[in-house]
Design a binder for this molecule. Structure first.
Ligand SMILES: NC(=O)c1ccc[n+]([C@@H]2O[C@H](COP(=O)([O-])OP(=O)(O)OC[C@H]3O[C@@H](n4cnc5c(N)ncnc54)[C@H](O)[C@@H]3O)[C@@H](O)[C@H]2O)c1
Length: 254
């Protein structure tokens, strides 16, 4: 009976940046729970979409760059045309860049803020009207422990600030739309093994600092974030909203 609460039978789940990394793993988790998937990504070269098809999920891929201001609304419209509803929105697409603030130019700043903050806002803005109409909906934003603690040794003020914005957006939306039966939560992952954390040789020494700073002394696998996502996207978390669930191997305990 409790297990049933994790089921997403025929729910329509839209995942941004779901072609690889954490987003791909979340797509697997929601697909296994029975959701019909719509994945939006700007890059389909990594084989993730084929992987989801081979797993026999009901998966539709929408290729597009969310930086194009019209794409968030187009993605929602596409989902509505295909399935008639959008039950779950996972705002996962994100980018990271480190660099000293005194050398961080406007282009670098825009790249971070546009994808990590503005796109999340636009996706929510477009998803909320159909969710209101349906009388229910779930939004999950992928934030970061970097929105809670200034992790070291990499200087990444813009990234940290963008993820803190995601957390606050999550809480504000949760408060505004709880009475419309729309739950909004976030996950704040610690270091996860994906391309974002695949460091070039000259920064490889950061890995030892990362694991020393993490009580569990290791990075997460993407599926360890995806299980938390399944909880927050499913009726198992029916009374949870406005939560930023930290999944960081204990990093922010210190
Ligand atoms: N990996 C980590 O250690 C870590 C830690 C905390 C938070 N996060 C967050 O998790 C999320 C996923 O990161 P990941 O590590 O899986 O990264 P990743 O680079 O492996 O995957 C990101 C995906 O998003 C897509 N994407 C990025 N910008 C896009 C755009 N403008 N339009 C369409 N698609 C776009 C990419 O093509 C890619 O498929 C991000 O929001 C990231 O900030 C990651």
């Amino acid at each position: 009976m409790f297990f049933d609460k994790f089921k997403l039978n025929n729910k329509i789940a839209l995942i941004t940046g779901g072609a690889k990394g954490i987003g791909l793993s979340i797509a697997h988790a929601l697909g296994e729970a029975g959701a019909k998937l719509v994945v939006i990504d700007r890059d389909n070269s990594t084989g993730g979409i084929e992987e989801l098809s081979k797993a026999n999920f009901d998966i539709t891929f929408f290729e597009g760059d969310l930086l194009d201001r019209s794409v968030p609304q187009k993605t929602i419209d596409f989902t509505l045309e295909k399935h008639g509803r959008v039950d779950i929105l996972v705002n996962n697409a994100g980018v990271a860049q480190h660099g000293d603030t005194d050398e961080f130019n406007d282009d670098m700043l825009d790249k971070i803020m546009d994808v990590n903050v503005d796109v999340v806002f636009r996706m929510c803005r477009s998803a909320i009207p159909p969710m209101k109409k349906q009388g229910e909906g779930v939004i999950l934003n992928i934030g970061s422990m970097s929105g809670i603690a200034s992790n070291i040794p990499q200087p990444q003020v813009a990234y940290n600030a963008s993820k803190a914005a995601v957390h606050m957006m999550t809480k504000s939306l949760a408060s505004d739309y709880a009475n419309q039966n729309i739950r909004v939560n976030a996950i704040a992952p610690g270091y996860v093994k994906t391309d974002i954390t695949n460091l070039p040789k000259k920064y490889e020494h950061w890995y030892s600092t990362w694991s020393k700073q993490t009580p569990m002394t290791r990075m997460a696998e993407p599926h360890e974030i995806a299980s938390a996502a399944l909880f927050l996207c499913s009726p198992a978390s029916s009374y949870v909203t406005g939560e930023v669930l930290v999944v960081d191997g204990g990093y922010t305990t210190r």
